[in-house]
Design a protein around this ligand. Structure first.
Ligand SMILES: Cc1ncc(COP(=O)(O)O)c(C=O)c1O
Length: 399
């Protein structure tokens, strides 16, 4: 048989989903694994949003919609962006699709030609690199570390620009590091992006989950940057709605129009029912967001207190999102619970095998020294997982 698409065969499967699969498999076999792999909250979708979804089913909202979403949802998103972040958009600037992940891919599809370069600061969320390659474009990785709080500088960005550079991707706050760019930092980057005639994709999916500092959208710092920025966001993290699959892009009307056309020949519209539920999310009571934020704040504080008391691992306090990006490099070259640890992959595998704790090794995010823990799980689970980590670091296996 003729070989399948070489581009498709080159795609690496998502490491975070792979870790989830391993831990679910172990759990199914009765093994008591504590999982910190998931990039989704453990909360249920708030009741008023569920009710709107049920009402949409009962009102027979079961037909196709416009490929880029229904007008009342676009209006609700515009209202939300204005109230929450001071961003002024109209319906023609909004494209709704099946999750932020899909929106991001479609945005790249309409922006990029094969061979275009996309600047991607590392550590990065696993999907970007593959999505860039799926467009036939070339990821240009900018490495960062704790010394700059995992953020790129205008100088670093400018030095990476070539005549093939088309676009820069930022995630603010970041998955996996949790770091947040300030308004001043964004203004510095904006100048380089505008001066070099580039586009910006700013993934703001964690924008409401900020604990230190103030979130400012890249689209709000400089009107020249706004003209070339596509914001990516969605209901998944803010409203505990990962499975409903609604994300949106907000950006220049020409880009949004092309995205609509692209969608019309690929997925068509996102679920009509989920779109109605999302109106309740964006236009309804925001008390649920505050409640989840308060819970994450407690979990983060507990996590940081525990890690501060450990000497073989460390982490920077994350500004936002719900991840701890733990540096485990002090253990490299040592043996833990009988396993030789030479890199973060070894650490994560040994911790899963002997500590029964599932985390995601940093290689998937472009970092060799870290593992990612999601604290979108109960305080009891966090305590149990960190107790096990402590024992593992003391060479005492749980399993
Ligand atoms: C940075 C970032 N962007 C986008 C997404 C995807 O969100 P959605 O569930 O809306 O596709 C995730 C999910 O983990 C993420 O971490």
């Amino acid at each position: 048989m003729k070989p399948l698409s070489s581009q498709a065969r080159a795609i690496k499967p998502s490491a975070t989903l792979a870790i989830n699969a391993i831990s679910q498999d172990l759990k199914a076999k009765g093994v008591d694994v504590v999982s910190f792999g998931a990039g989704e909250t453990d909360f249920f979708t708030p009741d008023h949003i569920k009710a709107a979804g049920i009402a949409a089913i009962e009102q027979n909202k079961s037909y196709y919609t416009s490929s880029s979403g229904i007008a009342p949802l676009k209006s609700a998103i515009c209202g939300y962006l204005d109230r929450t972040f001071g961003l002024k958009y109209e319906n023609k600037n909004i494209c709704v699709s099946s999750g932020a992940k899909h929106v991001l891919y479609i945005a790249m599809r309409v922006m990029l030609n094969p061979g275009d370069e996309v600047i991607l600061p590392a550590p990065y969320w696993v999907t970007y690199e593959e999505a860039i390659r799926m467009c036939g474009a070339v990821p240009v990785i900018l490495n960062t570390d704790e010394s700059t709080r995992f953020k790129i500088s205008p100088e670093q960005l400018a030095a990476a620009v070539t005549e093939r550079t088309k676009c820069v991707i930022l995630t603010n706050p970041s998955n996996p590091t949790g770091m947040l760019y300030s308004e001043e930092e964004l203004s510095g980057l904006a100048k380089v992006i505008v001066d070099n005639d580039l586009y910006l994709i700013d993934d703001e999916i964690y924008a409401t989950l900020v604990y230190e500092g103030k979130f400012v959208s890249a689209a709000a710092v400089d009107p020249e940057l706004t003209k070339r920025t596509v914001i990516v966001n969605g209901v998944s993290k803010t409203y505990a709605m990962t499975g409903w699959r609604i994300g949106f892009a907000a950006g220049p009307a020409e880009i949004i129009k092309l995205m609509d056309t692209y969608l019309s020949h690929s997925t068509g519209n996102a679920s009509n029912i989920a779109q109605y539920a999302s109106i309740a999310a964006y236009a309804g009571d925001q008390e649920c967001v505050a409640k989840m934020h308060a819970e994450f704040t407690k979990r983060r504080a507990y996590f940081l207190e525990r890690v501060a008391a450990m000497d073989k691992v460390s982490c920077l306090p994350p500004d936002g999102a719900f991840y701890i990006f733990m540096n485990v490099s002090k253990t490299f070259g040592s043996t833990l619970c009988g396993e030789k640890i030479d890199n973060a992959d070894d650490f994560a595998q040994a911790l899963l095998k002997h500590g029964l704790v599932a985390t995601v090794p940093g290689a998937a995010f472009g970092s060799q020294n870290h593992i990612r823990w999601s604290y979108a799980t109960s305080i009891e689970n966090i305590k149990k997982g960190l107790d096990r980590l402590e024992r593992f670091l003391n060479n005492e296996p749980t399993a």
